[in-house]
Design a binder for this molecule. Structure first.
Ligand code: IPE
Ligand code: IPE
Ligand code: MG
Length: 242
């Protein structure tokens, strides 16, 4: 099977990594996690994967201790500033999905700057899921569609899969083919629930700060060995079209 066009990653395990390394707080894990994301973005570019979407901060993560949330927001701002030249060099276009208006103003401003600066890059679209929750995203889409019906600009019958997909934050992006979650947890944690209906799932025990190109290749190798039947039978898929 061909390579995935869109990989979605749940970057998990930063806190446990920091603890294992003997750091006093979890923050160092988040800092080193940025380096893993830089490596992964570069590797996706080299492999010719056009879309990478990473779960960086969930809507539920706002409930973490204030000190950790503040540190994460600081890391977000400083990383955006620091990584811009690398993103330009690698031809990466930055996007963001989630309730971005809940982010501190400095983060919103920096995101906008990097999005604008990288808008013309075409090698890879890197999307950060920030203040993101899939149920909240689907509610937002539902309200938007309902409002269009109430306004008389849309009929109820026109609400089909394409219309719903188009009302999500990920409008215009292909659905992920492969979801990778690090840290050994085997759950989705409110990530892209609509979009990953038929994605292949790969759970790896490695903690996110230790994630390398080899781990990415291992996940892709597992993906390429699978048969994506999408409801059909294996025989149907193997039928020749002659
Ligand atoms: C993922 O690592 C990063 C975020 C959720 C922001 P965690 O911080 O969840 O680390 P663990 O899972 O507690 O080890
Ligand atoms: C999911 O990780 C969110 C991110 C990786 C940003 P969590 O660590 O928040 O998920 P749970 O709480 O283990 O499900
Ligand atoms: Mg976690």
């Amino acid at each position: 099977m061909s390579l995935p066009k869109h990989i979605a990653i749940i970057m998990d395990g930063n806190g446990r990594w920091a603890k294992q390394q003997g750091f006093r707080t979890r923050i160092r894990g988040h800092e080193v996690g940025v380096e893993a994301l830089r490596r992964t973005t570069e590797a996706c570019g080299e492999l010719g994967i056009p879309y990478l979407t990473v779960y960086a901060f969930s809507e539920e993560n706002w409930a973490r201790p204030k000190a950790e949330v503040n540190a994460l927001m600081k890391i977000l701002v400083s990383s955006l500033k620091k990584e811009l030249p690398t993103l330009m060099k690698q031809g990466v276009q930055l996007q963001a999905i989630g309730k971005l208006n809940l982010l501190p103003e400095s983060a919103q401003r920096e995101l906008q700057e990097v999005k604008d600066a990288t808008a013309g890059n075409t090698t890879l679209v890197l999307t950060l899921a920030l203040s993101y929750g899939s149920r909240q995203e689907m509610l937002h889409a539902t309200r938007q569609l309902a409002q269009e019906v109430a306004d008389g600009t849309r009929t109820v019958d026109s609400i089909d899969e394409a219309a719903f997909s188009g009302a999500l934050y990920t409008a215009g992006m292909p659905d992920p083919d492969l979801v990778i979650r690090t840290s050994g947890e085997q759950r989705i944690s409110n990530y892209l629930l609509w979009q990953i209906s038929y994605a292949e799932l790969v759970f790896l025990p490695v903690l996110w700060p230790d994630f390398s190109k080899e781990h990415l290749e291992e996940a892709i190798a597992s993906y390429t060995q699978r048969e994506r039947r999408m409801g059909k039978t294996s025989e149907q898929l193997n039928e020749t079209t002659s």
